[in-house]
Design a protein around this ligand. Sequence first.
Ligand SMILES: CC(C)(COP(=O)(O)OP(=O)(O)OC[C@H]1O[C@@H](n2cnc3c(N)ncnc32)[C@H](O)[C@@H]1OP(=O)(O)O)[C@@H](O)C(=O)NCCC(=O)NCCS
Length: 345
Amino acid sequence: MSPTANPKFKNPRAKFNFQGRTCSITGVGSFVPPKVLTNSDLEKMVETSDEWITSRTGIKERHIAAKDEFTSDLATRAAQRAMHQAGITADKIDLIIVATITPDMPFPSTACLVQRKIGAHRAAAFDLEAACSGFIYALEIAQQFIMSRTYDTVLVIGAEKLSSIVDWKDRNTCVLFGDGAGAAVLQNRPNAHGLLTAVMGADGEKADLLFMPGGGSRCPATAESVASRLHYLRMEGKETFKNAVQAMQTAATEALRRCEIDITRIKCVIPHQANRRIIDAVGERLGAKPEQLFVNLHKYGNTSAASVAIALDEAVASGMVRQGDLILMVVFGAGLTWGAAVIEW
Ligand SMILES: CC(C)(COP(=O)(O)OP(=O)(O)OC[C@H]1O[C@@H](n2cnc3c(N)ncnc32)[C@H](O)[C@@H]1OP(=O)(O)O)[C@@H](O)C(=O)NCCC(=O)NCCS
């Protein structure tokens, strides 16, 4: 008897001959909280200057969430804008992925809180932790579900309230970060290309370059851990900088290689918005012209997983990216982690 004559189970993908589908981004949206913290505000908090911050990072100001405004609130606002642009209602969403290192709580996931807030009651929901690389990681995971025909509509969000884990007494780090969220709706659209490839990488050997010591199973919250300021992020700035440039160049080059294109075919490079000097160094190594680089970090600082998601939304809204253009997104973060994606808009 042939093995298929009396199958013990049915593989749902068999009816599509196990072939994948393309994955399009049908809507994007972003949100930053209204409160702005400028470099001159920071001059009153730590020993720093607008001149130092601007020349070393390019950052002029960042947005800071209110006390009663959490990562899930920022994520929800960005998601609603992306859903509006995609023309979908919450009941269409099959899966919600929230990339974040600042969840509202250790559990339940921020994705579940977003599911409740937008009323996406049919959707599965989980968080993803890949620090500043989280949005590219989430896009790649979402793409797998759509290509494999498991889901039709996936909501991907990068959202952070980094102000909740920044040590406002540490001038080495507090000038760099901000709060915000960006979202994308991923769906299959006939004859549309969308996400062409996504590269993901990691190097746990360098986990100590950028981390938060307290709050996990290794160092739960105690009076001592709070007094020792262990619940704030810590960073080796110079080493992180060097690794960022190298990893972003490698990831971007691999993404271009997979698509068999060179940088001249890319209309818009959207790099992780951590430091203007990192962006310029990566752009130069890739051979990108300054006008190809999308930069908005002067307004927001580093918003980690939200960074490239906000930038993608703004690049599209600004008219820099039009239908048919190729976009290269490239990210780097704690882990270490890195990634790059090529998207046909
Ligand atoms: C943090 C960073 C901006 C520092 O810039 P840098 O050019 O490496 O700075 P340097 O090490 O040359 O200078 C450090 C000096 O500035 C001082 N300094 C640090 N922060 C300062 C601030 N906000 N204002 C004024 N001085 C500051 C330091 O105390 C140090 O002084 P010292 O030389 O007397 O010890 C840079 O290393 C960086 O961006 N790193 C990567 C960060 C990043 O992207 N992280 C996220 C990855 S996702």
